[in-house]
Ligand binder design. Structure first.
Ligand code: BTN
Length: 240
């Protein structure tokens, strides 16, 4: 097993259940800031909101980065958004493919999902930034997904992308305010009419008008109120 990447502690695995689970156990033990777990294949890859994350072996970058940020704990809720910015920057550096961010942190190209992020944390102690990026193809069952190869990046080495990801995560954590400006620039949600599904099973429909400093999405509803959504999924709607 390879034990270093870009001078950072690393576990490079052929397969595992979920890289986030391996990283979480390592974080609870002694993993240093910016240690990384990468796998060619996951048997139980996890997505947001209890969904599973599918990728055919060798087709995706499956990585979990352990961080011990100096961000004040009240701002740890920004970590998923900051990770989205880092992933978008790393992809663009390696491939030239321009990546948009669908709130909160789906990586999209041409309105299709290129990758996703699952962050898990013990706030104030550690966070695991789990990143899945479809590199050479997306699973056939995921009809709304795309890959970097489909976007034109045909010869991308996953280890190189992981290395760029580490540098980009380091950079966004050093300058979170600047990174949040980059987030808004890349947002494909702000300016769209959306339906947000909230965690309590409700829905808010309206125009996405911006982000709060804590990353919540501001939605102006049809009665002119501004609602704030802190977690959940959004669906982009056609303008009326
Ligand atoms: C989502 O869009 O639902 C988030 C998907 C996150 C997938 C990545 S793959 C690497 C890491 N390990 C996991 O089990 N999940 C994340």
């Amino acid at each position: 097993m390879q034990r270093a990447l870009m001078g950072r502690d690393a576990k490079i695995l052929e397969r595992c259940g979920s890289t986030n689970d391996v990283a979480r156990d390592w974080a609870r033990a002694d993993a240093p800031h910016l240690a990384i777990v990468v796998a060619d294949a996951q048997e139980a890859g996890r997505g947001r909101q209890g969904r599973s994350w599918l990728a055919d072996p060798g087709d995706a970058l499956l990585a979990s980065i352990i961080v011990r940020p100096t961000l004040e704990p009240s701002r740890w809720g920004l970590l998923p958004l900051l990770t989205g910015v880092a992933a978008a920057v790393a992809i663009e550096q390696r491939t030239g493919v321009h990546v948009g961010l669908k709130w909160p942190n789906d990586l999209v190209f041409d309105a299709r999902k290129l990758g996703g992020i699952l962050c898990e944390a013990d706030p104030g102690e550690w966070a695991v930034l789990g990143i899945g990026i479809n590199v050479s193809s997306s699973p056939a069952s995921e009809t709304e997904a795309t890959s970097l190869a489909a976007a034109g990046a045909l010869r991308l080495d996953r280890a190189d992308l992981a290395a760029s990801l580490l540098s980009a995560v380091d950079a966004v954590l050093r300058s979170p305010d600047a990174a949040m400006i980059r987030y808004e620039e890349r947002s494909v949600t702000v300016g769209m009419r959306v339906r947000a599904s909230t965690l309590d099973g409700g829905a808010i429909v309206g125009l996405a008008i911006g982000l709060d400093p804590d990353g919540a999405l501001q939605i102006e509803t049809d009665d002119g109120e501004v609602a704030r959504v802190h977690a959940g999924d959004v669906e982009h709607l056609r303008p009326e």
